[in-house]
Design a protein around this ligand. Structure first.
Ligand code: AGP
Length: 604
């Protein structure tokens, strides 16, 4: 977690750092800070709260200098206070450091450093790093050597970026936390993610685990884990800087919900040909010999995995979705004929990466379905499959869920063809046509949705339940996750048939139940489950395709266009996203940056 930026080479360093941090705030927003080197010393400005507060704090006296680092924090060690905000300095203030990750042996390092008489001013694990650098620099006077020795002492996950009073270079190191370098004509950047500097450059190079890097205004030098100097390949990212702005929207989440037609169009681009699936890098036969499929993921991506597992199960392929944090324990067996698919928007989620590595250790075949080119997940599998959703800034995942499910639906068809147990659907051509109609149909939902009006009727209730069967079940769970994440109201998603086995005890007239229908054969059962809650006095809101009669349980319906029952949930999901968004807006919540959360969770 946390967002890091470093920049060397321009006069307006502080401005570039702060605007970079604004674009990284989705990674954490408990506190923010910058350190700028002006040739004589390093000036550190930091405070608890968001980047805006930092911006206000320095507006009348902007730090000047050609070199600096910045950080926006999601707290792991120590409360979100001014003292715990990064950058951290050592005793002398000659070195400043920002860090993303967790230093696992910080307790013992801190004890050791305190025994040497060094004083700490924060509760963070990070503060040991500047002290270590100072300790080694005092012994050798060589900053790079001191930095490398400090990094050697650390165990855990880290992206560390440091500046020193004595040097016109930025030093960096990574292990299990992302760092990407950006190259502009006049400056070099380093950051946790590309949006931090995308307004300046789209030419990047990704650092790899074990790398130590040295950035100057005219470039980059990298040493790999073996200590050998190495070139990290430069590439041009396809994201557009405009995509990382809010445009005319009040919130990124609203923009991202609205841009789902484009996102899905991109996910499908060139991947359906002559009534069949044509997945680049996954030609027919790729999955021959696979006996079972396991999806590993967290949060929203886990729901996308559940959806995909259902699609495979329906075609006879053994498939399951696992929460990555549970899978990583190693209790779930996988062998050489198991295909493990890590589903991850960011490609950096620590739990998902652990699960992926666990699967690889067990000898399973692996791939990832991810949004971020060059992410750790993408680099750790032989062939990644990209969802091509473009940058998603709102902490609540919206368009990336739709793009994940779309991409996974295509991947499922390829797997079904290749594996012995798979029975391809007879109506594949019309199913794929239905998939290609989704962008227009989502556009229709967006243009006609009455979700905002419906929210007004229910916004002050005690609890919100979401129910669905079959492929609507993961979408009900996703609806509940979104709702709780941004409204802070109690929300749960259930398989509709499970209500009567316990959760029904929670249903009162102050409960709202959102019942998700697909237009498929299980709808009758969902209707009966909805009637059961209605009999207990709860309000029912049905989310249903045109033509499905839900009048037996409610008059309040949010409609979506009719389509293949396996795909309807991608449309009903949009209504659920809008329900969450408008409810949160009415409640005045921090929609893009919900409390206690961060978008990219790079700690286990
Ligand atoms: C959902 O809105 C959240 N942002 C969260 O559940 C997210 O999906 C999860 O942390 C996994 O992230 P990833 O897809 O980047 O791996």
């Amino acid at each position: 977690m946390c967002g890091i930026i470093g920049c060397v080479g321009t006069e307006d360093t502080a401005y570039r750092l702060v605007s970079g941090l604004e674009n990284l705030e989705y990674r954490g927003y408990d506190s923010a800070g910058i350190a700028v080197r002006n040739g004589q010393d390093i000036r550190v400005e930091k405070n608890a709260g968001k980047v805006t507060e930092l911006k206000h704090a320095i507006v009348d006296d902007v730090p000047r200098g050609q070199l600096g680092i910045g950080h926006t924090r999601w707290s792991t060690h120590g409360a979100p206070t001014d003292e715990n905000a990064h950058p951290h300095t050592g005793e002398t203030g000659e070195v400043a450091v920002v860090h993303n990750g967790i230093i696992e042996n910080y307790d013992e390092l801190r004890e050791e450093l305190e025994a040497e008489g060094r004083e700490f001013t924060s509760e963070t694990d990070t503060e040991v790093v500047p002290h270590l650098i100072e300790r080694y620099q005092a012994a050798t006077e060589d900053l790079t050597g001191a930095f490398e020795r400090a990094v050697d002492d650390i165990a855990g996950s880290y992206a560390i970026v440091a500046v020193a009073e004595s040097e016109d270079r930025i030093l960096a190191a990574r292990e299990d936390s992302p760092l990407v370098v950006g190259f502009d004509d006049d400056a070099t950047y380093i950051a946790s993610d590309v949006p931090a500097f995308l307004e300046h450059t789209d030419e990047v190079a990704y650092l790899q685990d074990g790398d130590t890097a040295m950035l100057s205004a005219d470039g980059l030098r990298v040493t790999d884990a073996d200590g050998d100097e190495i070139e990290r390949e430069r590439e041009v990212v396809e994201w557009d800087a405009e995509e990382t702005g809010k445009g005319q929207y009040d919130h990124f989440m609203h923009k991202e919900i609205d841009t789902q037609p484009e996102a899905i169009t991109n996910a499908l681009q060139g991947r359906v040909e002559d009534g069949d699936v044509s997945l680049e890098n996954f030609p027919p036969g790729t999955f021959e010999g696979v006996a079972a499929v396991q999806f590993v993921a967290c949060g929203t991506s886990y729901h996308a995995g559940l959806y995909a597992a259902r699609l495979l199960n329906k075609a006879g392929v053994p498939a399951n979705a696992y929460r990555a944090s549970e899978y990583a324990s190693g209790d779930i067996p996988a062998t050489g004929d198991t295909l493990v698919v890590a589903v991850t928007q960011s490609g950096e989620t620590a739990d998902t990466l652990s699960a992926l590595r666990q699967a690889q250790d067990m000898g399973a075949r692996t791939t990832t379905v991810t949004n971020v080119v060059g992410s750790t997940a993408a680099r750790e599998v032989e062939t990644p499959l990209y969802i091509r959703a473009g940058p998603e800034i709102g902490v609540a995942a919206t368009k990336t869920f739709s793009s994940q499910v779309t991409t996974l639906a295509l991947l499922a068809e390829r797997i079904i063809d290749d594996v012995a147990a798979g029975t391809p659907r007879e109506d594949r051509a019309s199913y794929l046509e239905a998939l290609q109609r989704l962008p227009d149909q989502i556009g229709e939902v967006l243009g006609t949705s009455e979700a905002e009006r419906v929210c007004r009727n229910h916004v002050h209730k005690e609890a919100y339940f979401f129910i669905g069967q079959g492929v609507a079940c993961p979408v009900a769970k996703e609806g509940a996750l979104k709702f709780k994440e941004i409204t802070y109201e109690h929300a749960e998603g259930f398989a509709a048939g499970e209500l009567k086995h316990g959760p029904l005890a929670l249903v009162t007239p102050d409960t709202v139940v959102f019942a998700v229908f697909t237009g498929g054969e299980r709808d009758e059962k969902t209707l009966n489950n909805a009637k059961e809650v209605q009999a207990r006095g709860a309000d029912i809101v049905a989310i249903a395709p045109e033509g499905v009669d839900v009048s037996a349980c409610t008059d309040e319906v949010l409609r979506v266009p009719a389509t293949d029952a396996d795909l309807t949930s991608l449309l009903t999901n949009v209504q659920l996203q809008l329900l969450s968004y408008h409810s949160a807006d009415m409640l005045n919540r921090e929609i893009d940056q919900p409390r206690n959360l961060a978008k990219s969770v790079t700690v286990e």
